[in-house]
Write a protein that binds this ligand. Sequence first.
Ligand code: PNS
Length: 160
Amino acid sequence: MKKIAVYPGSFDPITFGHLDIINRALKIFDEVIIAVAHNEQKKPLFTVEERVDMIKSVMKDNTRATVDTFDGLLVDYARSCKAQAIVRGLRAISDFEYELQMAQINRGISREVETVFLMTSVFYSFLSSSIVKEVYSLKGPIDGLVPPLVKKALDAKFNR
Ligand code: PNS
């Protein structure tokens, strides 16, 4: 049976930390569906379409990674993809409480889908999309944090 995982998130924008998790998930699963959430309440900088396009460009050479969007309950989406697992990255203890809550809620809704946590590489343990946006908005360097095409997209967004 094909092992499929959904890797959900806001990806606003995708960072090298996300890519680290995707590449490691691809060692465990046959297919990883990178699922961009329609979560307008988080007031994202990039539209869902822009986020999807960036991820597709970054992952273009990997046929086992697909990109999609989802609305509504994550477990419903995972079931509709026939995914056995939801993958989430854990950076630090500070992530744990929220991730535990989410995993337990999701398990309460459906026992068919397991949540699998991958510990972020220590090199990216400080990295988040929010930090990237903050450093960029304050004109700090973000090379080494996001792929070059994401830096270009930020330049376009901020007219730099
Ligand atoms: O990258 P993020 O913003 O931490 O991702 C959070 C996300 C999108 C995975 C989470 O908000 C989510 O699963 N949203 C879908 C709605 C849902 O299923 N909620 C119940 C579980 S908390």
